[in-house]
Design a protein around this ligand. Structure first.
Ligand SMILES: O=C(O)CCC(=O)C(=O)O
Ligand SMILES: [Fe+2]
Length: 457
């Protein structure tokens, strides 16, 4: 039998060289204007449209040079305009967070519309890599419109693995008539379009670039409405739910119950300082989770578990002559460090904050203490609540990093500045013993040290 811990871990941390999904769009997003010489036209790319067939400009296109290589017609970006804009639709942001989870995701990217491809019956595009247009180009985004078609699967190949993006199948599912399908992949991926067997497959492609340093883009945005991210699987709530369910069904996993911990894959901008009256940003964040993190949160709810989000701070400054980063503080809100002289920053944070919990982290299913050390997951000695028993957290996925305390007190003395910091967040969820795994814990306050031994929290 497959190891359910490994399966869940791998599902959540899977990193693929591409992402794909579907997105509902507005009717005007599917309107295409084009001009080839004197041949100007307007076309509706929705499946029910009875306007002229896309093949008309596919045939007239002078650019089709080598019919053995590609039989599709193409238009360069100066020969057409389409209602849909990948940036406005939220697809560029979706691609960014899907392709660059964890530490790398703060990179800003830009998408430039490149061309439009039309594939009639028997049209194909042989295997190739997209020619980089600049040194900062890292990938391509392909959007497939819902014009009825069959065949035309896009095959991606990378490191002896092949992945199929079957847009005709995706777009022929119920309720997909006003959706587009999209796939984005890194430039080193070989890809080909198999022959279209009927209808017309219409795509636009964007070149993806890393933005020059200093470029400001809005990153704090909700996933677009109705987005269905299929790949990576970690972002697919159904798949994550199944993997989590299999883990809970296994009697050998935490037979007496316990706390599962997950280091979230993405970083999130949180305010550096929070006052008493402000809503807790970690509660707000539940609505803003991205990709696999959102899928995991949804999976917990689906299985009647009650997940909570927590920050882990660690001490990144030498303290008493030694680095104290074996110690951390787990908090249920952003720590605002007060003016406390004469002790280490971690201690300062602890004095200023009373919602911390004494925890010991352990990697679920791995008993060798040396390996805990290796994972730097054995944080202990957090005596915020004096005498509180350290709580074991069985980590399924380690966090990509911990929050340095320094980031918390940078804002000190400058109260009028609204500072945001990228924070590393953990998801914790209490699970019951093997007879009864789920229990709904409605009050996040419960995640505080408790003397009661019968509590899983
Ligand atoms: O139309 C597609 O699906 C892919 C097109 C492509 O690979 C390209 O234009 O380079
Ligand atoms: Fe290509």
């Amino acid at each position: 039998m497959a190891d359910p811990i490994r399966t869940l871990r791998e599902t959540l941390t899977e990193s693929l060289p591409y992402c794909s999904g579907t997105l509902p769009v507005k009717p005007r997003d599917l309107i295409l204007y084009y001009g080839i010489g004197a041949n100007l036209g307007r076309m509706d790319l929705s499946p029910s449209a009875k306007t002229c067939q896309p093949a008309t400009f596919g045939r007239n296109d002078q650019d089709v040079l080598d019919e053995t290589y590609r039989k599709a017609g193409k238009l360069d970006s100066d020969a057409f305009m389409i209602g849909l804009d990948a940036g406005h639709a939220g697809l560029v942001e979706t691609v960014r967070t899907s392709l660059f989870p964890g530490r790398e995701e703060t990179r800003t990217i830009e998408a430039q519309l490149y061309k439009l491809n039309v594939y009639g019956k028997d049209a194909f595009f042989k295997s190739h890599k997209d020619t980089p247009r600049a040194s900062n180009m890292f990938g391509s985004l392909v959007i497939v419109f819902p014009t009825p078609h069959q065949g035309g699967e896009l095959i991606l190949r990378h490191e002896y693995k092949a992945y199929t993006f079957d847009s005709s199948k995706l777009l022929s599912l119920p309720d997909m008539s006003s959706s587009v399908a999209f796939v984005a992949f890194f430039s080193d991926i070989d890809h080909e379009v198999l022959p279209v067997t009927s209808g017309h497959r219409v795509t636009i492609t964007y070149n993806l670039y890393f933005a020059p340093p200093g470029t400001v883009v809005q990153q704090l945005s909700m996933p677009p409405n109705g987005l269905n991210l299929l790949q990576p699987a970690s972002a697919n709530a159904l798949e994550v739910t199944q993997a989590l369910k299999d883990l809970l069904d296994d009697e050998n996993v935490l037979p007496k119950g316990g706390t599962l911990g997950f280091g979230l894959r993405h970083q999130y901008p949180l305010p550096k300082t929070v006052s008493e009256e402000d809503p807790n940003p970690l509660i707000e964040l539940e609505q803003w989770l991205k990709g696999s993190d959102a899928a995991l949160f949804a999976a917990c709810w689906e299985l009647d578990l009650n997940p909570v989000l927590r920050l882990v701070y660690y001490d990144d400054e030498p303290y008493d002559g030694a680095f104290a980063n074996q110690h951390g503080v787990l908090t249920d809100s952003v720590v605002s460090v007060g003016d406390t002289e004469g002790c280490g920053p971690l201690e300062r944070a602890m004095r200023a904050y009373t919602g911390g919990v004494n925890v010991v982290f352990d990697m679920l299913g791995e008993e060798d203490p040396e390996r805990w050390e290796h994972y730097e997951l054995r944080y202990s000695g957090l005596y915020v609540h004096e005498g509180g028993e350290p709580r074991m957290v069985s980590m399924v996925t380690k966090t990509t990093s911990w929050n340095p305390i320094k980031s918390a007190y940078i804002a000190y003395g400058n109260e009028h500045t609204i500072g945001l910091m990228y924070a590393y967040v953990c998801l914790l969820v209490g699970v019951g013993p093997k007879e009864r795994r789920t229990r709904v814990m409605s009050d996040p306050e419960e995640w505080k040290p408790k003397k009661d031994k019968n509590r899983y929290w």
